[in-house]
Design a protein. Structure first.
Length: 191
């Protein structure tokens, strides 16, 4: 099976749009042998500070106006909290349950934040999303996986690609694995 591997933060509106477009194209073309693996790229660690909720709302508004008129209906400043690490932990837990579960939870977390206006740092919201996908919730193992993914990628400089502190940067790196072809996409936004 081919894999599209995306490194992104749950709060990144650019990643949200990109993932939806890829999933929609895959569905529209009837492609069933390509999975999407969304890996942890916590921007609060990348930037060394939490994301600015005002700027994130502005980016979401701009994306809605320019490319995605049906998206970002629920985003509000009150749901853009300082950390996405607990939500990234849940996504890691879901991927340990299987690629299909991991993909569904990764999309559900973004949908909860951007489309339903839910606080994805709220333990109750995370518990509901976990339960809806047959999960008990994340463990310390999942946090270790999130940090390992982040530190592993940041140690190699995102496959040699650097992001400036302004704007959005995306690069893709195709590679072959024993399971097929994997294309890694790094979506980063500076502070």
């Amino acid at each position: 099976m081919a894999v599209i591997e995306v490194y992104g933060d749950i709060r990144c509106p650019f990643t949200h749009v990109g993932l939806r477009l890829v999933a929609d194209r895959r569905r529209d073309r009837g492609i069933t042998d390509v999975s999407i693996q969304v890996r942890a790229w916590p921007l609060e660690l990348v930037n060394g500070a939490p994301l600015d909720p005002v700027r994130e709302r502005e980016h979401a508004r701009d994306l809605r106006e320019q490319v995605a008129p049906d998206m970002f209906r629920g985003i509000s400043r009150s749901t853009l909290h300082a950390t996405t690490l607990p939500a990234l932990d849940l996504a890691a837990s879901a991927y340990r349950a299987g690629d299909e579960v991991g993909e569904r939870v990764s999309f559900a977390l973004r949908h909860a934040l951007f489309e339903r206006g839910l606080d994805i740092s709220d333990p109750g919201v995370l518990r509901d999303i976990a339960g809806a996908h047959g999960l008990n919730g994340p463990t310390d193992v999942d946090r270790a996986m999130v940090l390992e993914e982040f530190h592993g990628v940041s140690a190699v400089g995102s496959a040699g690609h650097r992001t400036s502190s302004v704007g959005t940067s995306t690069s893709s790196v195709p590679r072959s694995t024993s399971q097929g072809t994997t294309t890694s996409i790094f979506t980063c936004r500076g502070t």
